[in-house]
Design a protein around this ligand. Structure first.
Ligand SMILES: NC(=O)c1ccc[n+]([C@@H]2O[C@H](COP(=O)([O-])OP(=O)(O)OC[C@H]3O[C@@H](n4cnc5c(N)ncnc54)[C@H](O)[C@@H]3O)[C@@H](O)[C@H]2O)c1
Length: 435
């Protein structure tokens, strides 16, 4: 196997997040604490996981961060945009995810992250509004975001940058003609086309600046031909959509297990109770629709009802999100799964996941930033399907269906790293041990 040429991770990496809310501040606080040796990077594959190289009789399992050249956490700088003008410390206190005693240790670093003026349009996010916003046409705002990115690069003497969307979920929209080509998109920016959302403006600006873009929310953004083509032309990796954290993580573990054993599913009812700002935005039907579609797509693709009609053709799948302020960021997910086995006899499975949304999302932001940067240094551009592992509705090439099964996604991710480094891919065949 030949090793892919990868530029070294020298110098500093800037991570920019549209959105300075629960997820992004939890992510930043964690990185600051880890750098001081006060916390461990639990949940982060780039920081904690090993990768097996060669046969099981070889005992070669380095840490991923020792195997592939990733940016060091000490070399990371942060910037963010938000419609509210709270700095990262104030925003983290308001988000209420982390204990203020944990934040106190990194207060100085957090206070230095002050939000840049946001591109915002209430047509796309209904339930919130704030004062810290850019003005002007969509084209002018895109140029301003590009300038923000360049200023950040200069001010912090950065070598490379990555943008990870950690802003609220925009309303569901479908692809329109303005999204079809780079030309139609740029004309749309100039004509203030109503179907270009703020997230698309950030994505356009970062791709134009040669900066990888990962979409942590379920809305369309880079999942349109114009930005896909632009990313390929500019040599920029893009990935999305919607961080796979709590309930969908469990779904993409349980559904493959049921299918592997050919157990049928009559119904799957998933409900979520959450009370953070994300929950408030998702209380709006438009934003909920973006989330519902992203949350529902996994089962359909895993079960393949057309191939297994007896087991899954009539599966009734319902997803609910309920805004319930007392819960804060402590989301509660309930799944009731009605299954059937031998001779059609019914059984039930109940999952009650009491999770902390942002605690699950923060390491994903870190891994996506580090892997997107790695991909760019390795010359990979356009959709990064190997990062499907991190997303509820993975972006994929038009001729293939997305891969949702967590274990296939995990194997794909690790094999991509082996491929980059010129190591044998692992097929799990293992016949050689018995020859
Ligand atoms: N936490 C999870 O487990 C998880 C999982 C999957 C996806 N997500 C998504 O991640 C995103 C962030 O979640 P969160 O819990 O941090 O939400 P949050 O509400 O705490 O933070 C989002 C922030 O984005 C800001 N914002 C909204 N529109 C903006 C814009 N156009 N430009 C700049 N800032 C903007 C809001 O003011 C807010 O401060 C949401 O879209 C959420 O759906 C979260």
């Amino acid at each position: 196997m030949t090793k892919v040429k990868i530029k070294p991770a020298t110098g500093k990496l800037g991570i920019l997040t549209p959105g300075l809310g629960a997820v992004s501040t939890t992510f930043m606080a964690g990185v600051f604490r880890i750098r001081k040796g006060l916390s461990k990077p639990f949940g982060s594959v780039t920081q904690m996981q090993t990768i097996r190289l060669g046969g099981r009789d070889k005992s070669r399992s380095p840490l991923i961060r020792d195997f592939v050249p990733l940016a060091d956490l000490r070399d990371i700088e942060f910037a963010a945009w938000d419609i509210f003008d709270d700095n990262a410390y104030e925003a983290a206190v308001k988000a209420g995810v982390l204990d203020v005693r944990d934040l106190a240790d990194v207060r100085g670093e957090m206070e230095k992250v002050k939000p840049l003026k946001a591109v915002f349009d209430q047509k796309f996010i209904h339930n919130i509004d704030g004062p810290n916003k850019k003005k002007g046409s969509k084209w002018e705002m895109a140029q301003e975001v590009r300038e923000d990115i360049r200023n950040f690069r200069k001010a912090k003497k950065l070598d490379r940058m990555v943008v990870v969307w950690c802003g609220s979920t925009e309303v569901y929209i479908e692809q329109h003609p303005v999204h079809e080509t780079i030309e139609s998109f740029e004309n749309g920016l100039k004509n203030n086309d109503e179907w270009i959302s703020p997230s698309m403006i950030y994505a356009y600006a970062s791709i134009m600046e040669g900066v990888p873009y990962a979409n942590g929310a379920p809305h369309l953004t880079t999942d349109i031909p114009a930005l896909d083509e632009l990313a390929r032309q500019k040599g920029v990796p893009i990935s999305g959509k919607d961080f796979k954290t709590g309930q969908t993580l469990m779904k993409t573990v349980i559904a493959p297990a049921l299918k592997a054993r050919m157990l049928g599913v009559r119904g799957w009812f998933s409900t979520n109770i959450l009370g953070n700002r994300d929950g408030l935005v998702l209380d709006d039907p438009g934003s909920f629709k973006s989330k519902e579609i992203s949350k529902k797509s996994a089962l359909e693709f895993i079960f393949q009802p057309d191939m297994y009609p007896d087991l899954y053709k009539d599966t009734y799948h319902k997803v609910r999100i309920n805004y319930y302020p007392p819960k804060g960021d402590d989301k509660e997910g309930w799944d009731n799964i009605d299954i059937f086995g031998w001779m059609g006899y019914p059984m039930q499975l109940k999952v009650n996941f009491l999770c902390k949304d942002s605690i699950l999302a923060a390491p994903i932001v870190l891994d996506l930033a580090l892997f997107s940067d790695l991909a760019q240094r390795a010359g990979m551009k356009g959709i990064q399907e190997w990062l499907s592992f991190y997303f509820k509705a993975p972006m994929h090439a038009p001729q293939v269906h997305p891969e949702h099964d967590l274990f296939i996604q995990h194997t794909k991710l690790k094999n991509t790293l082996r491929h980059m480094m010129g190591e044998e891919l692992i097929t799990h065949l293992g016949l050689e041990y018995y020859e």
